[in-house]
Design a protein around this ligand. Sequence first.
Ligand code: TXA
Ligand code: MG
Length: 332
Amino acid sequence: MKPDPTRGAQANNVVLSSPEAILRAVELLRRGQVVGLPTETVYGLAGNGLDPAALARIFEVKQRPLFDPLILHFADAAGAFALAEQVPAAARELAQRFWPGPLTLVLRKRETVPDLATSGLPNVALRVPAHPVAQAVLRAFGGPLAAPSANRFGRISPTDAQAVRTELGDAVPLILDGGPCAVGLESTVLLLSEHQPVLLRAGGIPLEEIEALAGPVRHATRVDDRPLAPGQLKHHYTPRKPLRLVRDIAEIPSQPDIGWLAFGTPNVPMPFLGVVENLSPAGDLREAAANFFRALRALDDDPRVGTLYAVPLPKLGLGLAINERLERAASD
Ligand code: TXA
Ligand code: MG
């Protein structure tokens, strides 16, 4: 195989995070540019959340449709809530418990939030990330940063700096390398502007933990809540190769060109002849989440593999969020 010029050490827009690199990122952001940066969930493509030109640049670089709104990131809850029209008690309690961390709260927006950030919706998505590099950039920048996952629209989210490089190449002047993402799945997105909380996207905080604090959460369904959840598009996280989601491992063909996204130590009836990426041999859902996008990308990039197979994971904890992504990644 020919070496891929967008990968490897020669990629000069990937810079190991340091105080100097963070200052450089902030300088670029102040000038309305966009930069790649690590969060604990996935890498983000960050730009000034209050500058429509920077927001437009994010949509352009990601090739993202303008109807898919962005999450605004803040150093702390006080900053986040300052852009909400009202803050329900449940939002304060959830923030107290889970921020900084992989939770996004959708609240009624203040006038000052640009329409481009919310795709014209009356609500804004707010998050306080936990990753020390994201925190350092946000503190030095001193304002909100819009940051969608740093992949091209519809593609697999990046969980390390090289994956950002693979997705965006030279379209960004700087990608801060803060190591692999600890959570590995995007934040849980919760709408709180209604009477009962609505889950818009399962993610890094298990639903059980949210319900233990905020009570029963309604699930947004793709059909009736489409205007509320514009990001719940059918094709998301799509690998280039077909992915088949089957009910049982017995349905996975044992052939050299099959890539199997496995979980736990399943009972394989025969030696498997294909390529295996095991999300967590120990059957740990947090470990599986942290490995999910990297493993999906590895099979998608493996020249031996033609078709990907997976079986849904247990429907509890982070299994819900992983299954949601598997379903979107699966071909019809
Ligand atoms: O973990 C994360 O949330 C990552 C990191 C970088 O922070 N970001 C991320 O952003 O996943 P993105 O743009 O890939 O996904 C944001 C999703 C949208 O697709 C949409 O579903 C939801 O958040 N969202 C954002 N604003 C919304 C709004 N005003 N109303 C409803 N949903 C909204
Ligand atoms: Mg995304």
